[in-house]
Write a protein that binds this ligand. Structure first.
Ligand code: DLL
Length: 432
């Protein structure tokens, strides 16, 4: 079933003129409603009338996560607060959240995009879907939820956490689809295997995203759970899940191009890469009202293919993600920057600025350990003192990251000093 054939199968020429018309409207809209964009355009001598078609997009300046952070919390919103019906947030590089807002229409379009994604995987109103992305400020849970409801599927809002309950309900309810991070799904596969329940499940589809995963993980999920596994992509700044997803042919993720205009950038030269070449993905939101973004640099690395897919969709397809251009780690779906750890530790006077973040994957679940050097004047052999300090640091890091890292206090001068750029992260996860 194709959810919105009119939008997903239009010719590339038709699509370009739709995108062009939407861009012209968008530029006029942001120029008159967001001071940040007006100033940025004025700084390069641009007036809204200078943007006449989609090709003109390259004249516009880029937007970055720092711009969102500098305008925290609502500075880039293009509508008054009375028109915002929801906000979500994700972590920023220094611990300050990046806040995103939605009008009622934004929420409707978001649900439609996610519905398209689910529909292209095969999910229909006859399916029972467990949503096991986190519900809350993270866009995963609610974003997937509204899209699944729009398809008409029966939604089970599990959120994350209780794996035993999830697997029990998966069997008891006869769930036919699940949406969660790929690493969590592999963990669930282990739980089901250990309970000898694989034979009892009725899963047909897995819609996984929010973190990088490999072809091998994809194959593993399909073989162990007997499902068709799909890659869903999105980011809160642009909307949330549902910006792109792969269909049953698995030849790249179809971008909802009538709403999000993709460009692939050579980060060094800031010029557009030719199709097939890897670069940084940049998005312009063509229809968003609350938080429109012009040429937003996602930092995600991928390549693009404009040829028509075997499924009939004409939308551009981006390849499975090859990593990021910055140091953002994704741990259990939560975005973590090393600088957030550093900023949090600065407030703990007993420890030095030397720290090391160790990320691993045990039983398919990400683990996070933070090693911190104690300051020589606080160095003690007294266990109780160390225990109290460990607890204090755990609390500080939990507040900053929204995760519960294992904290290990080490003696002064233990951590390796780097001669060049400081190394603060050891990521042992093997994306096998
Ligand atoms: O992770 C939105 C989402 C939720 C997508 C559920 C898919 C499913 P953020 O927390 O803002 O939003 O994180 C966005 O996560 O820039 C990528 O680096 C990474 N990411 C998201 N989906 C994928 C994917 C959500 N399918 C950041 N493959 C993005 C690889 C992904 N990386």
């Amino acid at each position: 079933m194709i959810w919105n054939e009119a939008k997903e199968c239009m010719s590339r020429d038709e699509l370009s003129s739709l995108q062009g018309a939407r861009l012209v409207k968008l530029v006029d809209y942001v120029y008159h409603n967001v001071e940040f964009y007006r100033k940025k355009m004025q700084a390069v001598g641009l007036e809204p009338g200078d943007i006449k078609n989609i090709e003109d997009i390259v004249k516009l300046p880029f937007t970055t996560k720092d711009d969102l952070r500098d305008n925290y919390p609502f500075g880039l919103f293009a509508v008054p607060q009375s028109q915002i019906v929801r906000v979500h947030a994700s972590s920023g590089t220094t611990g300050k959240a990046t806040v995103v807002g939605y009008t009622r229409r934004d929420i409707e379009i978001w649900a439609e995009c996610v519905a398209r994604c689910f529909a292209m995987t095969g999910v229909t109103k006859n399916d029972i879907i467990q949503i096991a992305y986190g519900y809350g400020l993270f866009t995963g849970g609610l974003g997937a939820h509204y899209g699944a409801e729009k398809v008409g599927a029966m939604v089970v809002p599990m959120s994350t956490g209780n794996s035993k309950k999830l697997t029990t309900m998966m069997v008891d309810f006869g769930a036919t689809a699940i949406a969660c991070t790929p690493s969590y799904l592999l963990h669930l596969a282990e739980v089901l295997e250990s309970e000898n329940k694989i034979k009892d499940i009725k899963l047909k589809y897995a819609i996984c995203g929010a973190e990088p995963w490999t072809e091998k993980m994809h194959k593993d999920i399909e073989e162990r759970l007997h499902v068709s596994a799909h890659d869903i992509y999105g980011l809160s700044e642009v909307m949330g899940p549902g910006v792109a997803c792969d269909c049953k042919f698995h030849t790249g993720l179809h971008v909802c191009e009538d709403h999000f205009y993709p460009e692939i950038l050579n980060s060094a030269t800031l010029t557009t890469q030719i199709p097939g070449e890897t670069g940084e993905l940049v998005f312009t939101t063509l229809t968003k009202e609350a938080l429109p973004l012009i040429r937003y640099r996602t930092k995600d690395l991928t390549s693009i293919d404009y040829s028509t897919c075997q499924c009939g969709r004409t939308s551009a397809r981006i390849s499975r993600f090859k990593g990021r251009v910055d140091d953002m780690l994704i741990i259990r779906g939560v975005n973590v920057f090393p600088s957030q750890v550093e900023a949090a530790l600065v407030d703990v006077e007993e420890v030095s600025p030397h720290y090391m973040i160790i990320v691993d994957r045990v039983n398919n679940l990400d683990t996070l350990e933070v090693q911190v050097e104690i300051n020589p004047q606080y160095f003690t052999d007294e266990i109780r003192g160390i225990e109290a300090l460990t607890k204090k640091i755990s609390h500080v890091l939990n507040q900053a990251l929204g995760l519960n890292p294992k904290v290990k206090i080490v003696e002064p001068q233990t951590l390796v000093r780097s001669e060049g750029k400081a190394v603060h992260v050891i990521d042992k996860r093997k994306l096998y």
